[in-house]
Design a protein around this ligand. Sequence first.
Ligand code: NAP
Length: 286
Amino acid sequence: MKTSKEIYGVFGNPISQSLSPILQNEWIMQHGINAEYQRFEPKIDEFEKDILAHFKNQLMGCNITAPFKNEAALIGDIKSEDVALMGAANTIKKMTNGKLSAKNTDGMGLVFDLDNRANGWREYCKTINIIGAGGAAAGALPALLKTEAENINIIARNPQKALALIEKIELFDGAKAKNFQVLSWDTLINKKLDADVIINATTIGLKGDGALEIDLSNTPNHTLVYDMIYSPSKTHFLNSSENQKRKTLNGLGMLVGQAVFAFEFWFGLKPDFKFGLKHLEEYLKC
Ligand code: NAP
């Protein structure tokens, strides 16, 4: 019988702001698992050395957040298709043979959140516009590819980055059945945008500053506007979209969703998404 606590955790720099320990430790306690989830903050140029040292010691699994997701994809011995093709990992598990298995649960978390909080979205969602072409967009695309959406457009200030993402996503099974397109940043500013789901995957609005604002008058009434940002809980982008009478969601559910799949990967049990979301909402109110 195992007596010593297994260690799990999240690696990032900075990491003090991470809500993952608040969530994962609550689920660990609910399920009576003898483990503890901690924060790890390696120096920027020492991520690989640091994480491997922890895995040689007591670490059994971890999440990885900014700025280490790309490096994390390189250290996995076993890689899921999205980690291998998109080059970013957010979850690693130490297997019983000692090998490290890497996944990216961010996109699964986003889609799981939509399934939980955006009733009926799969029926009406033919076109998704994703704004931004950084790590979060890269993580989301493989999961969005598996939905019923027919058209997936990326809008980025740097179209080369958006094109590079499309080149990668087109290597996935099932990609031929979808239309991928890069739309220029000007589309966002000068034109009325039309899509069933619009997702902000940029950092605009993260610090409460910056203002992403789009004209939604061309979109159907059902159009859902999603901001991956959850702190602040309502960005200018979401406020402006609500003023245009569109349904909005922030990224807290995506954070909880990615954590659900990480927990399941480590422990073989699916924790309660709705409980986790409520737990974090209450924590953030304090
Ligand atoms: P990232 O890799 O740094 O990418 C940021 C993206 O935003 C890039 O495409 C960048 O464009 C763009 N951008 C930044 N400032 C801009 C501006 N002023 N105008 C136009 N584009 C701008 O960051 P990330 O990891 O993708 O994260 C993106 C957002 O998603 C962050 O707010 C993060 O907190 C959030 N996120 C949430 C979750 C969740 O669980 N809810 C998970 C992951 C990420 P350039 O490439 O041209 O610089």
